[in-house]
Each structure stands twice: as structure tokens, then as C-alpha cells.
Design a protein around this ligand. Structure first.
Ligand code: C2O
Ligand code: CU
Length: 466
């Protein structure tokens, strides 16, 4: 569901909020109001009853927010939860104080308190928002939503639909199984659900017309599950990845893998014959493919014959590879893994085992461990970079699991996997790294501040992988 500004409560702007922004008073539009609170929604089919969730504006996924590229975006976050929270604008190159990371860029937003977020998004594309405090639980219970930054002249499609891919761990009664600080999940692949959903619903239906051109904005908001969506029998292209335009690529079996946090924009030219049914399926994990969504196709139109257009590029700084400085990050830990260099502040193996039991810290980046509940004093700098300089990071996964590694405040180019240069570097903010794989990412450190660099399997981040 899309909400326009006028559907939102108009909120008056307090003097204190005004002074927080470097914008003239007349330039501030009425804000979106995002209220986090408890809600009940129908995730499962009707006969199973409703699910108690935490949600923005009582919706799972939260409201789809839209802003034009370069325009002022303003959202007031109201926390009606019993616990502190915050909002992070995933993939958006925001000023540091708008990044929503408690203890690092702002104080946690206490219950009943509010916080005003305002920025001008530089890049058009598909982004999303979610809390950044105890996110394994808060996002896992349903707090997230889509932020669409519109191109100046949007491409011509008949329907523009957000597809928030997620999974839920539900009991027979439809209730969330509340084993959130679960050591097993944290030490393995993260918290997987037993029910997949799109936009907070198990296997929803979408009404489309034969011949229509759809823009599907896929967002993986799951804690841990990887999605490789396919729409068999249809002409589908990927036109953007992590919000950034790419040369349209035909979607084939298994050539699009979205780790948690990652996005892709698809163009689908709907074409249904009498024999086909149009569904979105996922085949990431062995066993039966999972049906994610169904398209109810009516009408007799014929699909366009043109290839999809190329979206205009965003104003990203291209890294200077020849003069870039190199940094290396080694990821260790987890079940079936080791934490050799980590040793958690020099602790011996037995002491470390005790520490894991007590603190739940299981993963490390170059020996650093940090969780969203730690304050800035506990956060060790992974690196200190120079403003305006280009960097190449090599990221080595020395664990037995895949990790989607996300950098805040910047969009980087994926330039190599296992020493093999990519023919076309990919702009991304999250990269999925397989066990024993090393990838290289390159970027210009052009956004000053303290930035998180973490695994987006939220249960791993909660166990130190940040
Ligand atoms: Cu979407 Cu630091 O995260
Ligand atoms: Cu991870």
C-alpha cells in the first residue's frame, strides 16, 4: 500500500525540531508520521487468525514512503513501543546524524519520545527503513518499510508495486515464536521463519492485466533468509540493484540472490496463456521451491515488445582504483568456525567459551565485536578513513555461513570476487559473501561521520558481527 503525504496526520513542527535541521523554515514540508507500536495483522490465511506484531502505523510492512530525488524528506518517528528504538534509512546516503544508529549517531528514542529525521536523498531508487536498536527482534517482529526515491521522470510502467520479502517464525496459533535471543540462531544462519510473506502476507495475490508492464521493487527485509525470486514463463528484467540502476539483465533461474537488506527492481511484461499461472517462486534452499506470490491475470492485452529502459545513473563518486588505499576485513566465528584472531580482548579459549555463553558474542570482524546494545565507548573503530579518498576493502569470509555485509552512508562498487575482477562493477550497499569467499569493494569515503559496517543477518549483528 502506498500512502501519500495527505494521508498522514499533519504535524506541527516544534521549535526544537526546527533548530535541528539545517534548512530554512519555509522549506520544511509536513512530515510523514511513523508510529512504531504493537499491532495485530493477518499474515496467515484467515482460518489461522491474526498475529501480534510490532509495526509502523499498524501496517506490516510499514507505509511505502515516497520522495522525489533531491527533495527534502522529513519523517517524524514516534515511539509507542515499550522499548527504545530508532530508524535507519538503509541504502540512503544521509548525513551522519540522520543515520539512526543509537549510541553512535543519536541517542536511542525512548518510549513515548519522538525524533525527526530529515534529509535530501541524492540517489533515486528503492530503499527501506527499519529500527537499528536490537534490530534482530524489532525488525523480526515486523518493524520495517519501503522508502522510494522517485526519479525525476519515472519510467513508464502500468503498475509500480513494492514486494517486501520476509519470513516469520509462527506457531500453530499464528503467534510469533518469541525465542529472539536464541543462541543457536545466532551461531548458525540466523533466525529463519517457517512462513514466508510478501508485504506481511502469506502468498498474496496481485491483480494485474495481460500486457501490463510492472515495476516490482523487491526488498529483502528478513532477518536471515536469502531470496532468489523467479517468475517462470514471464519476461523479467532486473533494472536496478540495491536501488542503483544497472544495464537491464534478463532474470534467469538463480541469477538474482538477495541477502537480507538487499533490493532489486524488476520489470515484468505480463503475458499469460491459458496454460500458465503466473507466480513468484523462490528456489534458494534445497527442497521444494517456495511460492511467494500469485498474480491474478485478466484481460487480453499483449505485452510490449520493447526492452525496458535504462534508469538514469545516480550521482555516485567513482573510486579511483589506481590510487586507492587497501584495507582488509576478515570475518570469523560462528558454529563450525573459529575465532582465532578475535579472542575477544585476548581471552583464552576457555574464557572465550564462557564469554560466548554469557554475552552471546559469537562473530568478529578483524577481531572486533560490537552489538547494537553497546555504547560508543565499546565500539572500536574498524578503520579511520580520510574524507575524499578512495578505498578498496577486501572482505574475507572465514566462516561456514553466508553473510550480507552492509556499509552505512556510502554506496560501494563490488569490483572482484575471489580475485576475479567483475567485468562491470556493481554499485551496492550490501554484498553477499559465501563461505571461504573474498570479495573486493571500492568506494570514495565522501560522507564524514561514524558509519556502521555490519552483517545484515540481524542475529549475527546482534552477536557481534558489526
Ligand atoms: Cu539495514 Cu545497519 O542496516
Ligand atoms: Cu552474518
Amino acid at each position: 500500500m502506498t500512502l501519500s503525504r495527505r494521508n498522514f496526520l499533519q504535524a506541527s513542527i516544534s521549535a526544537s525540531a526546527l533548530s535541528a535541521f539545517p534548512f530554512a523554515a519555509h522549506a520544511i514540508p509536513s512530515p510523514y508520521i511513523l508510529t512504531a507500536g504493537k499491532a495485530r495483522t493477518q499474515i496467515l490465511p484467515k482460518k489461522y487468525g491474526k498475529t501480534d506484531v510490532w509495526a509502523f502505523n499498524n501496517q506490516v510492512s510499514g507505509p511505502v514512503l515516497r520522495v522525489k530525488q533531491g527533495d527534502l524528506f522529513h519523517a517524524r518517528f514516534e515511539n509507542k513501543l515499550d522499548v527504545p528504538s530508532s530508524i535507519h534509512w538503509h541504502g540512503v546516503r544521509v548525513p551522519n546524524n540522520m543515520d539512526g544508529v543509537p549510541f553512535i549517531t543519536q541517542a536511542p528514542v525512548a518510549p513515548q519520545a519522538s525524533f525527526d529525521y530529515a534529509f535530501r536523498p541524492q540517489d533515486a531508487g528503492t530503499f527501506w527503513y527499519h529500527p537499528h536498536l536490537n534490530s534482530a527482534e524489532q525488525v523480526g517482529r515486523g518493524l520495517s518499510g519501503v522508502l522510494i526515491v522517485e526519479e525525476d521522470s519515472p519510467i513508464d510502467v502500468d503498475q509500480d508495486i513494492s514486494f517486501v520479502l520476509d519470513d516469520w517464525r509462527l506457531g500453530e496459533d499464528g503467534k510469533i515464536i518469541e525465542d529472539f535471543p536464541n543462541l543457536h540462531d545466532r551461531a548458525h544462519g540466523g533466525r529463519f521463519g517457517n512462513v514466508t510473506g510478501v508485504n506481511g502476507q502469506y502468498k498474496p495475490n496481485f491483480d494485474v492485466q495481460n500486457g501490463e508492464r510492472l515495476r516490482l521493487r523487491l526488498i529483502n527485509s528478513a532477518n536471515a533468509r536469502i531470496f532468489s525470486p523467479e517468475i517462470p514463463g514471464q519476461s523479467v528484467w532486473v533494472i536496478a540493484f540495491d536501488g542503483q540502476p544497472i544495464t537491464p539483465l534478463k532474470l534467469e533461474k538463480q541469477n538474482l540472490r538477495l541477502g537480507p537488506g538487499m533490493r532489486a527492481d524488476l520489470i515484468v511484461d505480463v503475458h499469460k496463456t491459458d496454460e500458465t499461472s503466473v507466480i513468484m517462486i523462490d528456489r534458494t534452499y534445497p527442497g521444494d521451491p517456495i511460492q511467494l506470490a500469485h498474480f491474478d491475470v485478466s484481460g487480453k492485452g499483449t505485452p510490449r515488445i520493447s526492452n525496458p529502459p535504462i534508469l538514469p545513473a545516480n550521482p555516485l563518486s567513482v573510486p579511483d582504483l589506481a590510487n586507492a588505499e587497501h584495507r582488509a576485513v576478515v570475518y570469523e566465528g560462528g558454529a563450525m568456525g573459529r575465532m582465532t584472531s578475535a579472542k575477544l580482548n585476548g581471552a583464552s579459549d576457555t574464557a572465550m567459551r564462557d564469554l560466548v555463553q554469557k554475552s552471546g558474542v559469537i562473530w568478529a570482524s578483524n577481531g572486533n565485536t560490537y552489538t547494537s546494545l553497546d555504547d560508543l565507548n565499546k565500539a572500536k573503530r574498524l578503520f579511520q578513513l580520510k574524507l575524499g579518498k578512495s578505498y578498496i576493502f577486501s572482505l574475507s569470509n572465514k566462516t561456514s555461513f553466508q553473510h550480507p555485509i552492509h556499509l552505512h552512508g556510502h554506496t560501494y562498487q563490488l569490483i572482484a570476487r575471489n580475485g576475479k575482477k567483475l567485468k562491470t562493477p556493481m554499485w551496492q550497499d550490501t554484498v553477499l559473501i559465501s563461505p571461504n569467499e573474498t570479495v573486493e569493494i571500492a568506494f570514495v569515503a565522501d560522507n564524514p561521520g561514524h558509519w556502521m559496517f555490519h552483517c545484515h543477518i540481524l542475529d549475527h549483528a546482534a552477536a557481534g558481527m558489526a
